[in-house]
Design a binder for this molecule. Structure first.
Ligand SMILES: Cc1cc2nc3c(=O)[nH]c(=O)nc-3n(C[C@H](O)[C@H](O)[C@H](O)COP(=O)(O)OP(=O)(O)OC[C@H]3O[C@@H](n4cnc5c(N)ncnc54)[C@H](O)[C@@H]3O)c2cc1C
Length: 247
């Protein structure tokens, strides 16, 4: 041991759980199935989001849903959230009807799992609900590092352009009328071989799909479990469902 910090240490940070009221400044239809809402508030002054897969809780008449801080600009005091448009529950319905000036109560992030930018490569797999976290990570990675993404979107026009200095290879898969999210993503990944060196794999999608994808990464690609993070961001047919996926 040379006393230096070991590589690949994932740091867990806790933040004070604050509730804030934010005001919608602008709404933009980013792609056919993605709404980008930008919020402002003096209460965002001390907002912190240290990890691309952080989440905030949004409150709708007694119900809460999780969303990713897609971008926080401390100088402008703006928080950007991207809403995937699908069968409408309270969050989606609110976002689709929201107009500038509307207010929303949010809480968090409660914590962040900060993945160090010291892996040799990154593999990011998910659907449109994971795209805010995937996009943010791709944008934030160090220049030149290899990152590959497989993202399932409703249609090809939902693919996003992401500005990054990383060496990014993006694969976009259109769901169309299929409900076999796992099958579509696994088929797209068939030609993927892990690059040399040590990699970090991040997966978030519909829960049954996320479980199948994690199994593929661990069992077929033989990736070390410690360097795979998988989460179910929603569950088909069930409102307000999410889970962290481990053995
Ligand atoms: C940590 C975390 C971060 C997340 N970040 C984001 C984000 O940044 N942007 C984002 O859009 N979503 C994100 N999600 C997913 C989002 O929280 C869920 O999709 C949530 O269920 C949406 O709430 P709702 O009120 O619209 O629908 P709900 O009332 O929860 O569900 C209503 C119905 O819609 C179905 N449903 C839910 N999501 C989808 C979907 N994507 N496609 C098809 N049917 C669906 C449910 O199965 C249910 O039948 C995140 C989830 C987690 C756990």
């Amino acid at each position: 041991m040379d006393g230096s910090t070991p590589r690949h240490q994932i740091t867990r940070l806790r933040h004070e759980l604050r509730r804030r009221v934010v005001t919608l400044a602008s709404a933009e239809r980013l792609t056919p199935h993605m709404l980008r809402l930008v919020f402002t508030s003096p209460e965002l002054r001390d907002f912190v989001s240290a990890g691309p897969d952080d989440h905030v809780k949004l409150f709708f008449d007694g119900e809460m849903r999780d969303y990713t801080p897609r971008r926080f600009d401390p100088e402008a005091g703006t928080l950007t959230l991207d809403f995937a448009i699908h069968e409408a529950g309270p969050a989606t319905a609110w976002a689709m009807a929201a107009r500038p000036g509307d207010s929303l109560q949010i809480a968090g992030p409660r914590g962040s799992a900060v993945v160090p930018d010291d892996f040799d490569w990154y593999l990011l797999i998910g659907d449109e609900t994971a795209l805010p976290a995937i996009g943010r990570r791709i944008e934030e990675l160090r220049p030149g590092v290899s990152v590959t993404s497989f993202v399932l979107v409703p249609e090809m026009d939902d693919a996003q352009h992401l500005a990054t200095a990383a060496n990014w290879t993006g694969h976009w898969i259109a769901r169309g009328a299929s409900t076999d999210d796992a099958g579509l993503l696994l088929a797209a990944m068939r030609g993927f071989a892990s690059p040399p060196g040590e990699g970090f794999v991040w997966i978030a999608a519909e829960a049954t799909a996320a479980r199948a994808l994690r199994r593929h990464v661990v069992e077929t690609l033989g990736h070390p479990k410690a360097w795979v993070k998988a989460a179910g961001y929603w569950l088909r047919g069930v409102a307000d469902a999410h889970e962290r996926i481990e053995d």
